[in-house]
Design a protein around this ligand. Structure first.
Ligand code: MG
Ligand code: MG
Ligand code: MG
Length: 306
């Protein structure tokens, strides 16, 4: 029986490429695997698939009774609803340990690096498996995406080393130019609905029994949102109400200015103000140097909800 390999809900490039790259590696070492995805892909991921001529993984949201590997998360809130009825054979991730547990021993590759694809690159090295040129190019893009072209505080030497080696395999000379090309695609938000934008890179967290959702949009210039703020706020409010959430937030990250505008809709604004030691004005605040939701946002919000 083939195992399925997939990333989190609202899949980002690391989740989609990670499913592909891990499934390929596993298949090469004698374990047939099929990459899948839990949802629609972003324009950035579509750009990566087009650029390297790779097909979109199959959409699959139910896994009861299946063998699975999960990539880029270990939180139930980001998993298929029936994940605990699946046989989880392994986790490859670079986030804090989540609340998924298993009834059988499993393989775990979880490292504090910038991208799941960095961990997967190290797995290829461990098993001495050659990475096909197109998969190497996609893995490179996934790492550049997650590390915001090395600018994120989550970026480690393992990530830059992996990128250098992947670029060589893929025959890419100017890695940063490729990263900018990708982030320009990511910055094209015109024409997208508010819901597409708030949920494009969105994660729910359970914080002290309260549901908190945090989205993030990384762009090269925040002015693209100038005429959209009201619509984004309205949708954050709708998202909050629909999901019985305590708080919904959106990080508008300017990768050139290296900071984020945080939009907040919450039952208790003061909690968020305390988390970042700031005062919200019109339900928003500029957070200088904040690029990483995982490292610079979630831990601080979790602390005040605890
Ligand atoms: Mg991810
Ligand atoms: Mg990731
Ligand atoms: Mg990200």
């Amino acid at each position: 029986m083939a195992a399925y390999v997939f990333g989190h809900t609202n899949p980002d490039s690391d989740s989609i490429v990670g499913a592909i790259s891990l499934a390929y590696l596993k298949s090469q070492i004698g374990e047939e695997c099929i990459p899948t995805r839990q949802g629609e892909i972003s324009p950035e991921t579509q750009f990566i698939l087009n650029k390297f001529g790779y097909e979109l993984p199959l959409l699959k949201t139910e896994y009861a009774g299946e063998d699975v590997y999960i990539v880029d998360y270990s939180d139930l809130a980001q998993a298929p609803k029936d994940i605990l009825e699946a046989n989880i054979k392994g986790i490859v991730d670079h986030h804090k340990l989540g609340d998924i547990t298993t009834s059988a021993p499993l393989e775990c590759w979880i490292r504090p690096v910038g991208s799941s694809n960095t961990v997967i690159k190290e797995m290829y090295d461990y098993y001495a498996v050659d990475i096909p040129k197109n998969i190497a190019g996609m893995m490179l893009c996934a790492i550049l995406s997650d590390t915001v072209i090395y600018k994120s505080p989550t970026c480690t030497r393992n990530d830059t080393k992996a990128c250098k080696e992947l670029a060589e395999i893929a025959g890419i000379e100017d890695v940063k130019a490729l990263g900018m090309e990708m982030f320009l695609v990511k910055s094209a938000v015109q024409g997208a609905t508010p819901r597409e934008l708030t949920t494009r890179d969105y994660k729910d967290f359970d914080m002290g029994g309260k549901k908190v959702g945090v989205g993030q949009l990384e762009v090269v210039d925040l002015s693209v949102f100038d005429n959209m703020k009201d619509d984004l706020f309205a949708d954050l409010k709708a998202l909050k109400d629909e999901g019985n959430r305590h708080t919904t937030m959106l990080l508008l990250t300017d990768i050139m200015e290296e900071g984020s505008q945080l939009l907040v809709v919450s039952d208790d604004d003061s909690l968020i103000e305390r988390a970042f030691d700031v005062k919200l004005e019109n339900s928003q605040v500029w957070l200088p140097k904040v690029l990483s939701r995982k490292k610079q946002v979630i831990p601080f919000v979790e602390k005040v909800f605890a």
